[in-house]
Design a protein around this ligand. Structure first.
Ligand SMILES: Nc1ncnc2c1ncn2[C@@H]1O[C@H](COP(=O)(O)OP(=O)(O)OP(=O)(O)O)[C@@H](O)[C@H]1O
Ligand SMILES: [Mg+2]
Length: 375
């Protein structure tokens, strides 16, 4: 693990440990909250609102060279950074929202504020009708939190005993515990490793156990901070289906941060993109595609190898043997026109048309907006 990573995440051990301690204390002390569902299944109060939230951190300044280091050692100087900078958004009951952005954008800081771990420097938060910090005890009953990089479970205790301990802490009904256990067995394959102590679990197993633990008290909302970091493709797939199912069947609202755009595409109809603490996009993935992903790429295989040529409405991207790649705008150029123009040059054996990869599109948004913010 590199030095910068460790330095950047050194705060995790303190504030998360503290949070999980509070979480368990709070759950012990609080009665089950009233359901926010009416019998019709409609929410009776607004779900999640973030209004102009800002989180500032103080950071020790660094200076180049021995002299700079020495001066700062004797006389430390601090700078204030806006990890989250005036962000507003609202989430409805049952939504699944991807909260994405490059490293250091402020995603985990936002999740920690939503979970009541950190207090915003400015702004207002309301989750299930409560202020996450002021009503921390009641709030922790409504939420489930998973940090992919940290476990919430007891290190030396087998998974099944951890879940039983949590059941005793929550004082939830036995029937609910049994029903959840059977769901977790079916969908997360928990029985495969339920008697293994948490410290001996593989990363994928540990995350599955953590998600089961976070959902055991039937929370209304689930915050997932990079839940599948370092998890293999098959386990990722399992987790994805599970998250989809609890969102669909139990109407659990999900806020998910991830660097995996494939996961976003498969799970989240809506994304919020942040960069350097600022909100740069809030809307549907389809909209991103429509606005930023108007470009398509056509791959053509000709009957024989021919010289490169441009077309009036498509740019040649690359050429390899009998294949050529052309970029065109899906709204300005009908595919049939392109085929006609290409066939005029040489017989076409095969062709495929692809949208620009969503990953590429999101990268373009980061770069574009970050540049505009700097200008
Ligand atoms: N406790 C803290 N003290 C000082 N600075 C912090 C603290 N927590 C976060 N930061 C800083 O705030 C900024 C946002 O950090 P955050 O962890 O929210 O980013 P992120 O979007 O989750 O990034 P990543 O994708 O790497 O997980 C970073 O510059 C980070 O160094
Ligand atoms: Mg993070």
């Amino acid at each position: 693990m590199d030095h910068h990573w460790a330095e950047k995440h050194s705060h995790l051990d303190t504030d998360l440990d503290y949070f999980f301690m509070l979480l368990n204390e709070a759950r012990k002390a609080t009665a089950a909250p009233p359901s926010i569902f009416q019998s019709s299944g409609k929410p009776v109060m607004p779900f999640l609102t973030a209004e102009n939230i800002t989180k500032q951190f103080q950071r020790r300044k660094k200076k180049e060279g021995v002299w700079g280091t020495l001066t700062l050692l004797l006389n430390p100087e601090y700078e204030v950074i806006n990890a989250v900078d005036d962000i507003s958004f609202a989430v409805d009951q049952g939504e699944m929202v991807g909260y994405i952005g490059p490293n250091g954008a402020g995603k985990s800081t936002t999740i920690k504020m939503l979970a009541g771990i950190l207090t915003p420097t400015r702004g207002r938060l309301e989750v299930c009708g409560l202020d996450p910090c002021r009503s921390r005890k009641e709030h922790t009953r409504n939420i489930g939190v998973v940090f992919g990089q940290r476990t919430h479970l007891w290190w030396d205790v087998p998974v099944i005993d951890s879940l039983a301990l949590l059941r005793d802490i929550y004082k939830g009904p036995e029937a609910q515990y049994r029903a959840n256990l059977s769901l977790f067995n079916d969908l997360l394959g928990l029985h495969e490793f339920q008697h293994v102590p948490v410290r001996q679990l593989s990363l994928g197993q540990r995350v599955r156990a953590d998600i089961a633990a976070a959902l055991q008290h039937n929370p209304q909302i689930l915050f997932l901070d990079e839940p599948t970091i370092g998890v293999d493709v098959i386990s990722k797939d399992k987790l994805r289906r599970f998250i989809q199912q609890i969102n669909r069947d139990r109407k659990v609202t999900v806020i998910l941060t991830t660097h995996d755009t494939n996961e976003i595409e498969k799970l989240c109809p809506r994304v919020i993109i942040i960069d350097q603490g600022r909100l740069i996009y809030d809307g549907s993935v389809d909209n991103i595609r429509a606005h930023y992903g108007s470009e398509r790429v056509m791959t053509v295989e000709f009957e024989e190898e021919i010289a490169d040529f441009e077309l009036p409405t498509a740019a040649l991207l690359k050429s390899e043997g009998r294949k050529k790649w052309y970029r065109f705008n899906r709204f300005d150029t009908p595919v049939s026109d392109l085929i006609a123009q290409l066939s005029a040059h040489c017989g076409v054996v095969d062709l495929t048309v692809q949208d620009r990869e969503i990953e590429e599109v999101i990268r373009a948004i980061y770069l574009d907006k970050a540049q505009k913010m700097r200008d």
